[in-house]
Ligand binder design. Structure first.
Ligand code: SAH
Length: 247
C-alpha cells in the first residue's frame, strides 16, 4: 500500500496561525518533511515515532536541492507513510509546493494541499499593516525579489504604475536595487514603506520609512531574511493599528 503526502501550510510564524486541518494532519503524520521557515514548536505536535526530515532552506540558498526533496517525499510515500510536507506560510506561494505536488503526481502518488496563511498577508497583519484598505489600496501585488538565474527581472515599471499595495518576498538581498528601481520607474520616493522581519513571532521587528530611505534604514537596523518588504499607503495605518499580544 502506498502512502499519501499532505502539503501543509504552517502559516507565517506564530504556531497558532496554522489551520485546524493542517494541525490534524501533523498529529496523524508518520513522516514530517519540513523547511527552515517552519516554527520548530509545531514539530512537537507530531506523534511519537514520527520520522523527521529537515530539508531546511534559507533565503536564496537551498542546502538540499529540490530534486532531492522531491525524492524524499516520493520515497516516504512509497514506503506507505502518511507524510506531512510542512512549509512556511502557504505551500503554493513561492514555496515550490506546486513543483513537489507535480513530482508526486508524476509518480502516481496521492497528494493533498492544505493551504496556510501566507506571510504576504498574515505577516503584514501581524505588524499592523492591512494589505488592502478601501480608501488607499484596492489591490495588492505579491512578487518575489529573487528570480531564477537567467529569467528576466521583475517589470518594476509596470509594478510602479499600480496604486495597490506591493509586497516583496525574498527581497532582502536586493532591497537597495528594488527600492531604487521602483523610484526610477516613477513610484513616489515618499510612498510609505516598511520591512517586517520574522513577522508574527516574538522576534518580529519592523522598520518604516519613505520608499527612498527604506533600504538604508533597514540595513542600518541590521534587518535580514526572512523579511517582507511592503510599499504602499497602507503602511501609514500601522501607526494606529500596530498591536501586540496573542489570543
Ligand atoms: N510560502 C511562504 C513564502 C516562501 S518564500 C509564504 O506563503 O509565506 C520565503 C519568503 O517569505 C522569505 O524570504 C520572506 O520574504 C517571506 N517570509 C516567510 N515567513 C516570514 C516571516 N515570518 N516574516 C517575514 N517574512 C517571511
Amino acid at each position: 500500500m502506498t502512502g499519501k503526502v499532505w502539503l501543509v501550510g504552517a502559516g507565517p510564524g506564530d504556531p497558532g496561525l496554522m489551520t485546524v486541518k493542517g494541525l490534524n494532519c501533523l498529529r496523524n503524520a508518520q513522516a514530517v518533511v519540513f523547511d527552515r521557515l517552519v516554527n520548530p514548536l509545531l514539530l512537537k505536535e507530531a506523534p511519537a515515532g514520527c520520522e523527521f526530515h529537515d530539508v531546511g532552506k534559507e533565503a536564496n540558498c537551498h542546502p538540499i536541492p529540490q530534486p532531492q526533496i522531491n525524492q524524499i517525499l516520493i520515497d516516504c510515500a512509497r514506503r506507505g507513510l502518511r507524510v506531512v510536507r510542512l512549509k512556511g506560510g502557504d505551500p503554493f506561494v513561492f514555496g515550490r509546493g506546486s513543483e513537489e505536488a507535480l513530482a508526486l503526481r508524476e509518480q502516481g502518488l496521492a497528494v493533498e494541499v492544505v493551504p496556510g496563511i501566507t506571510s504576504a498577508i498574515g505577516g503584514l497583519a501581524a505588524a499592523g499593516i492591512p494589505v488592502t484598505h478601501r480608501h488607499c489600496a484596492s489591490s495588492f501585488h505579491v512578487v518575489t525579489g529573487h528570480l531564477q538565474e537567467g529569467k528576466a527581472p521583475q517589470d518594476w515599471h509596470a509594478l510602479a504604475r499600480l496604486s495597490g499595495t506591493l509586497v516583496i518576498l525574498m527581497g532582502m538581498a536586493q532591497i537597495r536595487s528594488i527600492c531604487s528601481a521602483l523610484v526610477e520607474a516613477g513610484k513616489s520616493p515618499e510612498t510609505p514603506s516598511a520591512v517586517v522581519m520574522r513577522a508574527s513571532t516574538p522576534e518580529q521587528q519592523v522598520v518604516t520609512a519613505p520608499l527612498s530611505q527604506l533600504a538604508e534604514q533597514s540595513e542600518a537596523a541590521g534587518f535580514h531574511a526572512p523579511a517582507l518588504i511592503v510599499v504602499g499607503e497602507v503602511v501609514s495605518l500601522r501607526e494606529i493599528l500596530a498591536f501586540s499580544g496573542s489570543a
